[in-house]
Design a binder for this molecule. Sequence first.
Ligand SMILES: [Zn+2]
Length: 215
Amino acid sequence: MLGKQGAGKGTQAALLTDRYGVEHVSTGDLFRAAAAEGTPAGLEAKEYMDAGELVPDDTVIKLVHEVFTGNFLERGFILDGFPRTLPQAKELDSVLGSEHPLDLVIDLEVPTAIVLDRIAGRRVCENCGATYHVNMPPKSNWTCDICGGRVVQRDDDTEEAVHRRLELYEQETRPVIEFYGELGILAAVDAVGEGDEVFERLVHEIDRRFDPTER
Ligand SMILES: [Zn+2]
């Protein structure tokens, strides 16, 4: 599942996971799991994450080799936030090989102006991570409805920070989208609108390509 930050990848991947009974694999989860297990690539990734940096291709590629094996492949999965760059995509392709190729790559399309509004308006509970928006704040005085924690804007959710990440996305991830387009497995899905509308579009797009009775 590809798409700019704020396109709703995580939300949609979680919904699809339930619907199709596959595993939701976010890059962050992969990295944290590998770091917790103390694998060589996991420890390397942890250093970058602790420093608030993007994990570089070399490390990600090592992780891919550690992670993409056996059971995991048999069960089926949705990748969220990965591959982020062309070298990562090519490496994933060669690790999965012809036995377990990716079935479909979804590009959640959303205009930059909407992404900016979603992210720059986002507020997060410091305590439980619940998310709000300036247009949909908690009931009382930026106090979390769920746990009573303080609801704040994260440092990396400012408009400037979002612009930087969007630029990086165009430079590094746009070629990934083109790569999958050339392989003929890309589906561009309009991600503007309510979450459930977008989900309907995704299900439609998936079901018309794959026969559900074969699952
Ligand atoms: Zn909370």
